[in-house]
Ligand binder design. Sequence first.
Ligand code: NAP
Length: 295
Amino acid sequence: MNNKTATPVAVIGLGLMGQALAGAFLKAGHPTTIWNRTTSKADQLLAQGAQLAPTVGDALKAGALTVVCLTDYQALQEVLGGADETALDGTTLVNLTSGDSTQARETARWAEQYGARYLDGAIMAIPSGIGTVDAVILHSGPQSDFEAHKPTLDALGTVTYLGADHGLASLYDVAGLAMMWSVLNAWLQGTAMLRTAGVDAATYAPFAQQIAAGVAAWLPGYAEQIDQGSFPAEVSAMETDARAMAHLVEESEALGVNAELPRLIKAMADRSIAAGHGGEQYPVLIEEFGKPGID
Ligand code: NAP
C-alpha cells in the first residue's frame, strides 16, 4: 500500500472518516493539506505532519487532488460553494461524501462548470479500515482522471473504478445497503422466531451465516438468468417457494413475532405468480423489483 510517489493532496472534512483518509495519505508519504470547519479536529493530523489550510480555497489550491468527505452533499455545497469559485479551476475533486446518484451527477456538473475535474466515490469501509486492502472505495467519472490519480488514491485502500457515469459509485453504495439490511433483517427475523423456543442469538448465528453464504453462492447463476431474461425452474418454481413463504408467515404469526417482512416477501411472490410466473424460478421477481411497487 505504501507508495513512494509523494503527490501533494488535500482533504476537506475531518470527521471520523476524513481524519482516517488524511491519516492514510500521510502514512503513505503524501504531503497532506487539511481543512475542517472545526479546526480542533486537525490537531492530531498536524502532529503527524499535515498542513492546515487557512481557507477552503487554499486547500483546493494545495494538492494535485482534493478529497472531500463531509456529512452530505448539502454540506459539500455549503463548504465548496462558499469558496472563491476561481479556486476550483484546474483542481481535481474526489468526493467521497455519501449520497445518491442524482446528487453525484449534479455535483459533477456544478464542479465542471467552474473548471474542476470531478470523480465521485463511495467508501465501503469504516474509518479503522482505511489504508488497508479491506477498505473498498468505489469511484465513477472520467476514466482518465481516475487512472491519473489511482497511484495516489491507492493509499486509501482498494480503489475500484466503475464507469464514466458519475452516479455509479452512489448507486453501487445504495445497492449495497439494500443487501446489508436485507441480510440483517432476515437474520433478525429468524433469531426472533428461535428465541421463542429458548434458542439464543449466538446459537443461531453460525447456522444463519451458513445459509447466507449458501444463498450468496447462487447469485452469479441467477444473475445470468436475469441478464438473459429467461427463468427456467432448475431448482424450484415460484409456486413451490410461495408455499414455503406461507409457512414463514404462519409460523411468525403463531409465535407472536413480527410478520411484516414474511408478509412482504410472500406478497411480492404472489403478485409474480398472478402475473403468470408461478412455474419460473425465483429471480423472475426482478420484474416486481424493477417497478415502483405498492406502498
Ligand atoms: P462525521 O464524523 O460526522 O463528520 C462530518 C464532517 O462533515 C465533519 O468534518 C463536519 O465538520 C463536516 N460538516 C458537516 N456539515 C458541515 C457544514 N455545514 N459545513 C462545514 N462542514 C460540515 O462523519 P464521517 O463519519 O466522517 O462521515 C463523512 C462521510 O463519510 C459521510 O458522508 C458518511 O456517510 C461517509 N462514510 C462514513 C463512514 C463511517 O464509518 N464513518 C463509512 C462510509 C462512508 P465539523 O467537524 O466542523 O462538524
